[in-house]
Design a protein around this ligand. Structure first.
Ligand SMILES: [Ca+2]
Ligand SMILES: [Ca+2]
Length: 277
């Protein structure tokens, strides 16, 4: 009986050694796999809305784009009811796949292409997005990469009502603090409030707000107008709220000044407005 028990013990011990050896082989194989380079084709991303495009950056962020197409916020201000719930950011010199952030179910990115610029003044790119909440409408939300994660660092307040939108115009340093500010039009189909925001040190500060401008018509998946940085400073070029004239405005001594008004808002008139004098 004692001999049988001893033999059984030997068999069990050898089985344990074999299974431990097998596990070790599996662990080594997994480690080797994790060390293999990840090719772009290996990355699996949620599908983007049909008209979404990728933004390209020059500083630390190489690309940013929207994925996770969803119809859960059926505002259709940009032409269809397909928005996105995921922001992808790929850094320069980053191995592996893009980093990502997915919004909570009450929000979407109501946008086509995010914008890349350092608007907080820390030398690191930010990704500028339009983020809409199912109850409170749109806000301008600023993202960054911190500790290899996509994080929201600051934002404007929500407009406050469902299906109210805002349209960014562009970035320029309007208050001469060497940090890019963001100009936008809040509710471009209603009051058309031109706002300029500073996000220096990740703190939102409204530099100016004045009604009577527009840069978007309901259903269009593009924004009209932009900003030119001329020798006398940045100039915003957008249609007036009734889309009759193309206005060129600057922020001087804390007020918006209309430098020029041209009849019409067609693309040629807008392009002429964007040329510095
Ligand atoms: Ca920054
Ligand atoms: Ca500034």
């Amino acid at each position: 009986m004692g001999t049988v028990t001893c033999r059984l013990h030997q068999i069990l011990s050898s089985l344990t050694v074999i299974s431990l050896f097998s596990m070790l082989k599996i662990l080594v194989a997994l480690l080797l796999l994790s060390l293999l380079p990840v090719h772009a084709s290996d990355c699996r991303y949620l599908s983007s809305p049909p008209d979404a495009t990728r933004a390209a950056g020059q500083n630390n962020i190489a690309q940013a784009w929207y994925g996770g197409a969803t119809t859960r916020y059926a505002h259709a201000v940009l032409g269809d009811s397909i928005e996105a719930d995921t922001l992808y950011i790929k850094q320069h010199n980053q191995s592996g796949c893009a980093l990502s952030l997915t919004l909570a179910p009450h929000s979407v990115f109501e946008d086509i292409t995010p914008r890349i610029a350092d608007v907080t003044g820390d030398g690191q790119d930010n990704v500028i997005t339009i983020e809409s909440h199912e109850d409170y409408g749109a806000s301008l939300a600023i993202y960054a990469i911190k500790d290899r994660q996509v994080v929201k660092v600051t934002s404007t307040p929500y407009i406050g009502t469902r299906f109210r939108w805002l349209a960014p115009i562009g970035t320029a340093d309007f208050n001469a603090d060497d940090i890019l500010d963001i100009a936008l039009i809040r509710t471009p189909h209603l009051a058309g409030v031109l706002q300029i925001w500073s996000f220096a040190a990740e703190s939102p500060e409204l530099l100016i707000a004045e009604a009577g401008y527009s840069n978007h018509k309901i259903g269009q998946n593009f924004i009209t107008g932009g900003i030119s940085v001329c020798s006398d400073g940045p100039r915003i070029v957008v249609p007036d709220i009734r889309w009759q004239n193309t206005l060129t405005v600057s922020l001087t001594n804390g007020t918006l000044n209309t430098l020029h008004s041209a009849a019409g808002t067609d693309s040629q008139t807008i392009s002429r407005g964007l040329q510095c004098p």
